[in-house]
Design a binder for this molecule. Structure first.
Ligand code: GTP
Ligand code: 3PG
Length: 233
């Protein structure tokens, strides 16, 4: 049976994002990175999966406008209260709009791959069910819930374990799908180095030393190209 699925992307204010990269770069560069990752995510869905409905959940006016400009629907939070609360809000909306499933994806995946995303969205599944694509650090980098509100969202440390346990406690069919690209998100300085070492997108990335803030000559930094619309720091 073909499931009507909504892709949900929660996005917090760029100025508050990527705090774990603080040892590596200053506030404006972190905000620029968050914006670049978000725009790249929106570009991916607009260009590679144009038939797919996408919803951005955000409390931020700028992000709401940005999402609309990429053709995504927007759901406004009254204030940012964390990824789980954003996912819950989206799930209520998804159910009200008649979606069978919700696929939640963070806006900081290192490399979105069309085949992986299609494998998730088209994954055969019973109702109810949960499909978890774990992050390399046992977080959750994609969560497919059918129906959308079947699970209490538990994003945070080792959340793939938490989501798995929550599904099992409720007797809900739960599967893991290990996707080699989707397992990497950009949270820590090590993640950023990994992105740079794996990247096949030289047009988007450059090494830039020294740092503008707290110079650390041995570490690479990240500068989205101005041509991608990201403000240079
Ligand atoms: N709508 C919404 N999205 C959020 C919120 N908190 C985090 N997100 C989004 O959830 C995804 C994963 O975010 P995290 O890695 O937990 O947070 P981050 O701000 O990117 O990085 P850290 O500050 O290092 O935790 C990203 O797309 C964030 O923009 C929130 O309160 N509301
Ligand atoms: O995996 C998760 O639960 C969320 O993405 C938050 O975890 P992260 O901060 O490791 O991304």
């Amino acid at each position: 049976m073909l499931m009507k699925t909504l892709v949900v992307i929660p996005v917090r204010d760029f100025a508050d994002a990527k705090s774990r990269l603080e040892p590596l770069c200053g506030p404006s560069r972190r905000a620029a990175l968050a914006r670049w990752l978000c725009e790249r995510t929106l570009t991916f869905f607009r260009d590679c999966m144009p038939e797919q409905d996408v919803l951005v959940v955000t409390a931020c006016d700028t992000i709401a406008q940005l999402a609309s400009s990429y053709g995504a629907a927007v759901l406004r939070e009254s204030h940012p209260s964390g990824m789980s609360a954003a996912a819950h809000l989206a799930a209520e909306w998804s159910c009200a709009q008649g979606y069978d499933s919700q696929l939640l994806i963070p806006a900081d995946i290192a490399q979105l791959d069309e085949a992986e995303l299609r494998a998730l969205i088209n994954h055969p599944r019973p109702v109810p069910s949960v499909l978890i694509s774990p992050a390399h650090d046992r977080g959750t980098n994609a969560l497919l819930t059918t129906p959308p509100d079947i699970l209490p969202f538990q994003f945070g440390l080792h959340s793939s374990d938490q989501h798995w346990n929550a599904a099992h406690r409720r007797g809900i069919t739960c599967s893991l799908i290990h996707l080699p690209k989707l397992r990497f998100d950009i949270d820590t300085p090590a993640d950023l180095s990994h992105l740079l070492s794996q990247s096949s997108e030289p047009d988007y990335l450059e090494l830039d030393a020294p740092w503008q803030h707290q110079p650390t000559p041995s570490s690479p930094t990240y500068r989205p190209m101005p041509s991608q619309g990201v403000p240079a720091c």
